[in-house]
Design a protein around this ligand. Structure first.
Ligand code: ZN
Ligand code: FE
Length: 259
């Protein structure tokens, strides 16, 4: 049985830690300190590192971890990350050494050129996906290196995972994202309910991650390019009816950038 633990880092990052039989793998260790502290306190051994993309808040701690732990580092082939030992393009199946968990590697470009997501269908009884800065609670990453068409296609790959799949995003952004979701779909009862649930969780200092694909399909405007309310919100931004899902997505993303 693999446990999944959160190590908070910086202001709002999560470093995700998978743990089985005294072995741990970490996803996106932007900072080595919380990981090293976990290893010291638990006696666990580090067995693998997974990186979703090249931003410093996701890979900044890798070199320091490798200094005392010689472990494989899985990460995007299309990005310049010097510490990656197992470059991946998407489409691969990998098995984490020591932990035995299998992941399907998904190419999800948009936030960055080579961004990866790691989908573990056997995790947690429901399946789990580690998606870095691609999909957030009620939001999605900014398009730093990719096009709206790439990001919409990447989000569509995540949207077709089974609804109960747990979504492990790399940031705690849900509450502020929901303010935007409520502006896009002011009539949505699902969004209003989630606003209340998330406000209660944050007031109690609880994490809003993991979320699930099902919750995101109901409330995340960046997965709802088919919803009439989202299409009409896009139309009023654009001044014309969007011609396709990419144009809807692009208009909503553009609005969020200015929100
Ligand atoms: Zn990022
Ligand atoms: Fe980030």
């Amino acid at each position: 049985m693999t446990e999944i633990l959160a190590l908070p880092a910086f202001d709002d990052n999560y470093i995700w830690l998978l743990r089985a039989d005294g072995c741990v793998a970490v996803v996106d260790p932007g900072d080595a300190a919380p990981v090293l502290q976990h290893l010291a306190l638990s006696g666990d051994r580090l067995c693998a590192i997974l990186a979703t993309h090249h931003h410093g808040d996701h890979v900044g701690g890798i070199a320091e971890l490798l200094a005392t732990n010689a472990v494989p580092v899985f990460g995007p082939a299309a990005e310049n990350i010097a510490t990656v030992t197992h470059p991946l393009a998407g489409g691969e199946h990998i098995t984490l050494p020591g932990i035995g968990v299998e992941f399907e590697v998904l190419a999800v470009p948009g936030h960055t050129r080579g961004h990866l997501a790691y989908y573990g269908p056997s995790l947690a009884g429901t399946g789990a996906v580690f998606c870095g800065d691609t999909l957030f609670g009620a939001g999605c990453g900014r398009l730093f290196e990719g096009t709206p068409a790439q990001m919409q296609a990447s989000l569509a790959k995540l949207a077709v995972l089974p609804a109960p799949t747990l979504v492990y995003c790399a940031h705690e952004y849900t509450q502020s994202n929901l303010r935007f979701a409520a502006a896009v779909e002011p009539g949505s009862i699902a969004v209003q309910k989630r606003v209340e649930d998330v406000a209660a969780a944050r007031a109690a200092q609880r994490s809003t991650v993991p979320t699930t694909i099902g919750v995101e399909l109901d409330t995340n405007p960046f997965l709802r390019w088919n919803a009439p309310a989202v299409r009409s919100a896009a139309a009023s931004r654009l001044g014309h009816v969007p011609t396709d899902d990419v144009e809807t997505f692009a208009a909503i993303r553009e609005w969020k950038n200015r929100f």
